[in-house]
Ligand binder design. Sequence first.
Ligand code: TYM
Length: 408
Amino acid sequence: MAAAAEAVTEVDATNEEGEEEEQVVNPWEVSAGKGGIDYDKLVDQFGCQRLDDALVARVARLTARPPHRFLRRGLFFAHRDLNEILDLYEKGEKFYLYTGRGPSSEALHLGHLIPFMFTKYLQDAFKVPLVIQLTDDEKFLWKNLTVEETKRLARENAKDIIACGFDVERTFIFSDFNYVGGAFYENMVKVARCVTYNKVVGIFGFTPEDHIGKVSFPPVQAVPSFPSSFPHLFSGNDQLRCLIPCAIDQDPYFRMTRDVAPRIGYQKPSLIESRFFPALQGENTKMSASDPNSAIYVTDSAKEIKTKVNKYAFSGGRDSIELHRKLGANLDVDVPIKYLNFFLEDDNELEHIKKEYKEGRMLTGEVKQCLVAVLSELVARHQRARALVTEEMVDVFMAARPLPNMFG
Ligand code: TYM
């Protein structure tokens, strides 16, 4: 493991005045300096690799389909050993996908959808199995929720995840409270014995006041990276490689996992990591469950989306129309453009909007109108798909069952 990867997850960023600020990115806290998150510094500090154009082209070639817009636009921007997965895939070997969600709230915001939309694309493109972990135990330990409530939220969140379109013949969704035990638990204690208290404090920044539930949790999120944790899926296939799509906030868990894996005879998981979908107020604020106006939720109505975008989305447009026509918008801080970058599929249309807006021919109101149309359509489609997800479907996805055609 590189020395950089062992460091705590705090990065010094420099603001416009040249003052040093602390940028904190870990699974529980994402706070940027004034100019937003410095992703370049993050890659260097975490010791991951940049996902360059050549790798994106290779994914497109191997899957014989155009790369997802999140790849084309550098929104998934970092990785760990993705090339090794592709090398094996090129030789005809398969792998499996692993991702997850911490069920702390009823409704997902658009940021939470990013890894799931992307994972759905990867599953379709590579035709591989997928395990999705719902860390109800994590949210019990970190939030003021009862066990029953986290279990209920896990099932509700599973419906939103299923609505993203995963293939039931290739997907196993599990909640920790229901599934942890047996081979999964054996792997947890194998991992736990390899990680000292000092190490876990170094990686996650725990303090002496933190309860031991937090300190002991990381192995739970680590072991779905190992196929032997799922005997009903991968029995006899202990060296099958794993690829984890997530935002970069989850990286600390998997730095730890990759450090331990060879010591217990397992393959290191590979990762493909995204930037953060920003809050409506901009890159240096956080989407927060306690402030419904900081984010668009998958439960929002078209009217709510319109109000939120028009009222709260931070604009890079100028103060007066005259000034705007003269100077054009500052796209670097403009939230509607950032949101369109994630969700407007048509590259030509996106480029056209950016150009017109940057050169002052398009006004903020017009860009926001376009964003409202894109998001209302996306959220309405999600709501229609979710309404079709029944309790029985959740039971099927969450049953520990063999998936006979998972590589087919
Ligand atoms: P959670 O529930 O905080 O987040 C779920 C997934 O969404 C990603 N994410 C975002 N992506 C883009 N923009 C954002 N603003 C944004 N906010 C969150 C997260 O990176 C995550 O991929 N401990 C985890 C659950 C988990 C998990 C995993 C996640 C268990 N195993 C394996 C990824 C991979 C959690 O609480 O995620």
